[in-house]
Ligand binder design. Sequence first.
Ligand code: MTE
Ligand code: MO
Length: 514
Amino acid sequence: MSRGWAALAGIAAVAVALGLAELVAGLIAQAPSLIIAVGDFVIDSVPGWLEQWAIATLGTADKPVLIGGILVISVLLGAALGVLARRWFVLAAGGIALFALLGVVAALADDRNPVFLSVLVGALGAAAGIAVLYTLVVALPSRAVPPEPAADADAGGTPALSPVDRRRFLAVTGGATVLGVLAGVGGYLLSGRERLNDLRAAIRLPVPVKQAGPVPEGADLEIAGLTPLFIPNEEFYRIDTALRVPVVDPETWQLEIRGMVDNPFTLTYADLMELPQIEADITIACVSNEVGGDLVGNARWQGVPLRPLLERAGLQEGATQLIGRSVDGFTAGFPTVTALDLEEAMVAVAMNGEPLPAEHGFPARLIVPGLYGYVSATKWLAAIELTDWDVAGYWIPRGWAREGPIKTQARIDVPGGAVAAGRRPIAGVAWAPTRGIERVEVRIDDGPWQEAELSAPYDVDVWRQWVLPWDATPGRHVIAARATDGRGEVQTDERTPVAPDGASGYPIIEVVVS
Ligand SMILES: Nc1nc2c(c(=O)[nH]1)N[C@H]1C(S)=C(S)[C@@H](COP(=O)(O)O)O[C@H]1N2
Ligand SMILES: [Mo]
């Protein structure tokens, strides 16, 4: 058998191994996906700068790229093992077993994965892969009588394929690969998401004791291309380290309030739904948002305010930091006084009127006005831990600032690029949660700063839209904007990168007018 055929056989074997493993992982709720486990292992092992570089250059494509990389390496490995199998089948089989073992080891590095199920997934995958490899490289060719005993130089330990066998070989290889891919995709789709959406749909949210709004007339300027006041859940930006969205069952989920408190306690989802809840419109932002970027969004949040929970727990002297712990191990911490000072800081259970989407932290997450998500907005919340500043949240040892107040920023949304000459709006949003936006100014080319019209004042925690009519003349134009917050502080023009505490500088766009 030629190298090419053998390589194809190896790829089919790996496809079946991975596909079956994914299918089993999808069918059994607690069984880990080995691909995801390896990916998680990579994310947890790479140095902070590399992780940052990946987020900066790839943005939200970082995860598909990582998974894609793992798959590409698996396919190459499969091809190599297929070639090896021609002469040394046992070695190649051992290679597949080792490959599966790697996945199992990665899965076991995360102590949430049960040992038995992790091993089971790996063993089934390996067995299926080895069986396919044996069938294709050993069993099928040996039924063929080699036409000439003097095989070509490239031939391995197995006979060459006759044209008939070649067809059969291709059919089996192709079929196995397709089945493997289908099983893998099916497993991924089955992985608990459906059930979770059923559970979410059945939830009745309590009526909040304090409602948000009313949103005044004119708070949304409704200009084509301008970001709306509220971002729908499906379009809301998403940033987290979770390769697969944690699927948390609200019936068994618990929230612990613990650490430096006199009365630690635990709340179930039902408890949380019985406590008085508030509603608040809050713009949240990611520290990794570049100037002009879209890792920022505004939503209506509903949940249990933090302050009464902390009062019930009884804060001890020195409990200066509040750490949110996620079911997936992520942590984020901010000053305890912030939770005491801000009435709207909450354990959120709903976003824009529906239970939190899985991607945004179902069943509960923290939302704190004015702080970047990496220090505050823990999704899939498992515990609220009161501590001091000796404890550091996930991103701090990876080179990010301990405290992360959201910087005052304006963004230009329209015009989006090339436009025709004439009168048209320059418009965008600006945000400085907890401080509010007082003014936005726009500079066209080397002209003076001109004050933009602002949307109707609504809430300091919510971004504000702005617009400046512009008589666009043909040619290339450079437009800059800057915001002033409610305390009179003008956004700085000093350009800084996103690390360690958020990008600063004016948003600048280039427009070509024809
Ligand atoms: N469990 C968990 N929560 C998390 C994160 C994470 O990686 N894991 N990322 C945080 C960051 S950096 C941001 S900006 C916000 C983003 O929230 P969103 O995805 O709902 O927009 O979630 C925060 N909460
Ligand atoms: Mo973030």
